[in-house]
Design a binder for this molecule. Structure first.
Ligand SMILES: Nc1ncnc2c1ncn2[C@@H]1O[C@H](COP(=O)(O)OP(=O)(O)O)[C@@H](O)[C@H]1O
Ligand SMILES: [Mg+2]
Length: 247
């Protein structure tokens, strides 16, 4: 069922997940509305990647629910998540280095009708002229930034309703960070919702509608991306009031 702008697209309630007996997420509530860009902030080890893995079905949900539109994703597995419209670009620029750019994109398109694959690949590449020009080159010949663009393009091949990007800018030069975030801004204009994990708070805010902060597996802050007091609120959320000096 189509969802119009402003309606909840992703709804996460009371989510608990972790690794074996180790519980990492403790009752996470989070919403992404249709067409919205939401940034998930938080220190290393907070559970951001674990949260994305649980949302996309790479990790089992131990409690709580995940819904994308009308579809309940919790317990459904990664293929159901993709089919429902959720693409997850995992941390680290993981592409197949022995395959060409186009072959990497074909792998991401494997479950699409054969007749649609080429058009979807071209559509995904249209965001990244710098790798479109290299579509017959091996993944290994791409720079780190270009490999990241290819990883994002792989996520776009499915034409997702929600694209989740886990630290897409990690290890990239400032210019390439801007390129990747520019694509996020473009997706937002086109109405694709994005859940972005990003360490560069100021750059992320510039392309986002809202932010959440996660600390020790719990959401400790939700705010409009443009809130002028966001840096102070983030600091308080991470460290508690003790760390803040009031003049
Ligand atoms: N595969 C794993 N097995 C066991 N523990 C893990 C695994 N991956 C992450 N963890 C633990 O889960 C916690 C959250 O990690 P992670 O979700 O990667 O945090 P973030 O992405 O916010 O840096 C950390 O304590 C980390 O050590
Ligand atoms: Mg992570």
């Amino acid at each position: 069922m189509p969802i119009s702008a402003g309606e909840a697209l992703l709804r996460v309630e009371g989510l608990e997940a972790g690794y074996g007996k180790i519980r990492v997420l403790h009752g996470v509530d989070l919403t992404v509305r249709a067409g919205e860009v939401v940034t998930l902030l938080g220190p290393n080890g907070a559970g951001k990647s674990t949260l994305l893995r649980a949302l996309s079905g790479l990790l089992p949900v131990q409690a709580g629910t995940v819904r994308l539109g009308q579809t309940v994703l919790s317990g459904a597995g990664p293929r159901s998540a993709v089919r429902a419209g959720l693409s997850h670009v995992i941390e680290g620029h993981r592409v197949f280095t022995a395959q060409t750019v186009r072959e990497n994109l074909l792998l991401a398109a494997y479950d699409l009708p054969r007749a649609e694959r080429a058009a979807r690949i071209d559509e995904a590449l249209s965001h990244f002229p710098e790798i479109a020009a290299k579509s017959h080159d091996k993944g290994a010949s791409l720079s780190g930034g270009q490999q990241q663009m290819l990883a994002v393009a792989q996520g776009l091949v499915q034409r997702p309703r929600l694209l989740m990007l886990d630290e897409p800018s990690a290890g990239l030069s400032p210019v390439l960070v801007d390129r990747v975030l520019e694509v996020v801004a473009r997706l937002r204009r086109q109405g694709t919702a994005v859940l972005l994990v990003e360490q560069l708070v100021e750059k992320a805010r510039a392309v986002s509608d809202r932010v959440y902060a996660l600390a020790q597996g719990r959401i400790v802050l939700e705010a409009a991306a443009g809130a002028p007091d966001l840096p102070e609120r983030l600091e308080r959320a991470y460290f508690g009031n003790a760390g803040v000096v009031h003049a």
